[in-house]
Design a binder for this molecule. Sequence first.
Ligand code: SAH
Ligand code: MG
Length: 194
Amino acid sequence: MEDRIDFIKQKAIEEHIPIIMDDTLEVISQILQKNPPKNILEIGTATGYSAICFSKFLQAGGKIDTIERDKERIETAKINIKEMGLENTINIVEGDAVEILPNINKQYDMIFIDAAKGKYPFFLKEALRLLNTNGIIFADNILYKGYVMSDYNKHKQRTAVRNLREYIKQVTENPNLKTEILEVGDGLAISKFN
Ligand code: SAH
Ligand code: MG
């Protein structure tokens, strides 16, 4: 199985699919190991690599819902998840998370935000609605190649940068959350319900 996960990872890297980085995964794994979630919501499946990695830390009978809008990636993710024997554990929700999230009415112990950077404030609003008490929200790519913490704002990705900064501001100022911003990988925001 480890071989298979490695193959899925290498294939994604070859195809320039921005999967979770090793050090980011390591940080999340350590937190989940101490506090195994019953269910996880992921925004941005890509080919299923991160969901497959997280599934190791679920409580018995735990489940992952993961949202993806790219048809080709969905097909690859389905194959990868089936190959891992995780088709009853990882459920791919197909479509745009902006439309899907408002229709979800379930509570999650962990939410992993890893999709369109310009939508992070919206994803946060929905994540706060869907998070269990004592739940945890991770947001990947929160420092976006260093652009977020620099004063350089003429970059063509400035909408993304503005929204990532807005996300950081909101999680930091929210009195119900305890937030850490880590410089692992492309930046990781960890917000725990206080
Ligand atoms: N979590 C994955 C990587 C996700 S890459 C891993 O670490 O293995 C980000 C993915 O989010 C891309 O596949 C992209 O198609 C998807 N995405 C971006 N914006 C989205 C949206 N609004 N709704 C659904 N999927 C989205
Ligand atoms: Mg990412």
